[in-house]
Design a protein around this ligand. Structure first.
Ligand code: ADP
Ligand code: MG
Length: 331
C-alpha cells in the first residue's frame, strides 16, 4: 500500500513548475486575494507559498497530505462543472511523498495558528501551535524530490531553467487571477522580485505589471472582444505595426480563466502574424470563454492540456478574428 502511494504520487508533481502551480491553485481555491511565492536557490532548497485565504480547519489536518483527500468536490455531479482548480486531492500528497512538507495555517475561527509536519505517507508527525496573527496558509516544500535521489540530481542540474519555467507559469496566474501575486527569488545573497501585481487591476494593468519590461513602446497591444455563438475571445494582442521581440515567450492562453497550453491556437496566431509582419511572434494574452461542460481539463496530470469540444470551430473563429484585426490595420 505504502509503495503504491509513493510510486503513483511521483507522477503528479513532475517539475518545479507543477509544484508551484498546484500550491498557487490551492491558495486561489481558498479565496486568497494575496499570494506570495518565494523560491530559494531556484526552488531547490525551498518553495514557499503564503496566502490570506480561508485557512484549513483542524478537523481536516489529518487529510491534508493524504491521497484522494480533498475538501473541494461535494458531489460526483460536480465533475461536470468544477469551479475550483483542485478536486483530486493529490498535489499535497505527492509533495509530501517527494519532499519535506510543512504547513502553517489559521482560519478565522481559530484563536491561534497551527504548524504541521508530515511524513512521506501523508501522516502528521508534528503538530505545534504557532502564534500567527493573520488568517491563511503557508505551505513550505523543502528539498523538492529529495526522496527520489536521481530526480533530485537532475533537478539540481537544470534548476535555473526549471525556475524560469516556474516563473512563466506564475506569470500566467498573475495575469488572470483576481489576486495580488508577488513572486520573489532568493539565490545566494541576491533577492529579486520577479512578479508583482495588484489585486483590483484590469487585465491591461496586469499585463503592464507582468510583461511591462518585455513590451516595447511601439508595440501597442489592443484589446479585442468577440462574442461568437459558442466562444467568446477576450484579451490583448500586438498591433501589426509594432516593433517587438522575436520570441514566443509572451503568449498566454486561458480557458475560462484557467491557464492552458494552447498549441492549437498559437500555431494559428503565428501563421496569421507572419502574413502581415516580418516579426515572428506577437504578444498575446487571450481568455476563451466557453460553456464549462464543453471543456475537458482533466487530461494530463498538470491539467494544462485542454480538450475543447468544437476545437476546429474554435480555431476557425479565432483565425477570422485575427484576420479582422490585422487585416483591418493593413488596409
Ligand atoms: P485538491 O486541491 O485537489 O483538493 P490538494 O492536495 O491540492 O488537493 O490539497 C488538499 C486539501 O488541502 C485541499 O482540498 C484543501 O482542503 C487543503 N488545502 C491545501 N492548500 C490549501 C490552502 N492554501 N488553503 C486552504 N486549504 C488548503
Ligand atoms: Mg490542489
Amino acid at each position: 500500500e505504502k509503495t503504491v502511494h509513493s510510486l503513483s504520487t511521483n507522477q503528479v508533481v513532475v517539475s518545479l513548475a507543477v509544484a508551484v502551480k498546484e500550491l498557487v491553485e490551492n491558495a486561489l481555491d481558498a479565496k486568497a486575494d494575496k499570494i506570495t511565492v518565494t523560491l530559494v536557490d531556484n526552488g531547490v532548497e525551498l518553495i514557499e507559498v503564503k496566502d490570506n485565504g480561508s485557512g484549513i480547519s483542524a478537523d481536516n489536518y489529518d487529510k491534508i497530505a493524504m491521497r484522494h483527500a480533498t475538501s473541494k468536490l461535494q458531489e460526483f455531479d460536480d465533475l461536470e462543472a468544477i469551479g475550483t482548480f483542485g478536486f483530486r486531492g493529490e498535489a499535497l500528497a505527492a509533495l509530501g511523498a517527494i519532499s519535506t512538507l510543512k504547513v502553517f495555517t489559521k482560519t478565522a475561527d481559530d484563536e491561534i495558528g497551527s504548524a504541521l509536519e508530515f511524513d512521506q505517507y501523508g501522516a502528521i508527525t508534528s503538530h505545534m501551535i504557532k502564534a500567527q496573527s493573520s488568517n491563511g496558509t503557508i505551505i513550505r516544500v523543502e528539498n523538492l524530490f529529495h526522496r527520489i535521489p536521481v530526480r533530485r540530481t537532475v533537478f539540481k542540474q537544470n534548476a535555473k531553467r526549471e525556475a524560469q519555467r516556474a516563473l512563466a507559469t506564475m506569470m500566467s496566474y498573475a495575469l488572470i487571477a483576481n489576486a495580488r501575486i508577488v513572486v520573489t527569488t532568493k539565490n545566494g545573497r541576491s533577492m529579486k522580485t520577479e512578479i508583482q501585481t495588484r489585486a483590483g487591476d484590469s487585465l491591461k494593468g496586469k499585463i503592464a505589471s507582468v510583461l511591462g519590461g518585455q513590451i516595447s513602446k511601439e508595440e501597442v497591444i489592443e484589446d479585442h472582444l468577440q462574442k461568437a455563438r459558442i466562444f467568446k475571445f477576450n484579451g490583448f494582442i500586438s498591433k501589426t505595426d509594432s516593433g517587438g521581440r522575436t520570441s514566443p515567450d509572451r503568449q498566454f492562453f486561458f480557458v475560462n480563466g484557467r491557464p492552458i497550453d494552447a498549441p492549437f491556437l498559437s500555431r494559428i496566431i503565428n501563421q496569421e502574424w507572419r502574413k502581415v509582419t516580418s516579426k515572428k511572434y506577437p504578444v498575446v494574452v487571450l481568455n476563451i470563454e466557453v460553456d464549462q461542460s464543453a471543456v475537458d481539463i482533466n487530461l494530463a496530470p498538470d491539467k494544462r492540456t485542454v480538450l475543447l469540444q468544437n476545437q476546429k470551430h474554435c480555431q476557425f473563429r479565432f483565425r477570422i478574428l485575427l484576420q479582422n484585426i490585422w487585416g483591418a490595420t493593413e488596409r
